[in-house]
Design a protein around this ligand. Sequence first.
Ligand SMILES: [Zn+2]
Length: 181
Amino acid sequence: MVREILVWPHPTLKQKALPVTRFDDSVRELVKDMFESMNAADGVGLAAPQIGVLKRVIVLDTSSKQPDLKPVAMINPEILNVEGSFVYKEGCLSVPGEAEDVERAAKVTVRYRDENGDQQTMTCEGLLATAVQHETDHLNGVMFVDHISALKREVIRKKMKKIQSYREEKKERRESAAEAR
Ligand SMILES: [Zn+2]
């Protein structure tokens, strides 16, 4: 099921997500919803807090830029090692329409659990390395806009407020139309 993606600065996006302890159907259902929501929004990554679920789950699909790489879900990801630096113009499904240069590590080794609870380790480079760091940040309540200048962040905050109020208006209009029926 495609879920609504929260827009920054929604308070849930500032919270720390909790580790997954039980690898049952509910976690697999969450992963499925996250892939569907990310694909519907044409994203390369999504973290569970972005759909309002405070669990340490991220999904990634950089195959549009890295055709050799398959989509992957990482549960309780932990970055073990970082190397080098890489600047990429990042966007975020919770900050629609915005993109800014962010400097992160060029290569990261990440340990995580897969959907069955099995431990995996992956070394990521290029866009996938950026995406892993961006999505892991979400699990700690950190947004890419926290890595840019305060001035740029405030400009984006104002734009997001407008998007939010527009969306709320639309929702209200839909609800009152439904009531009238
Ligand atoms: Zn994001």
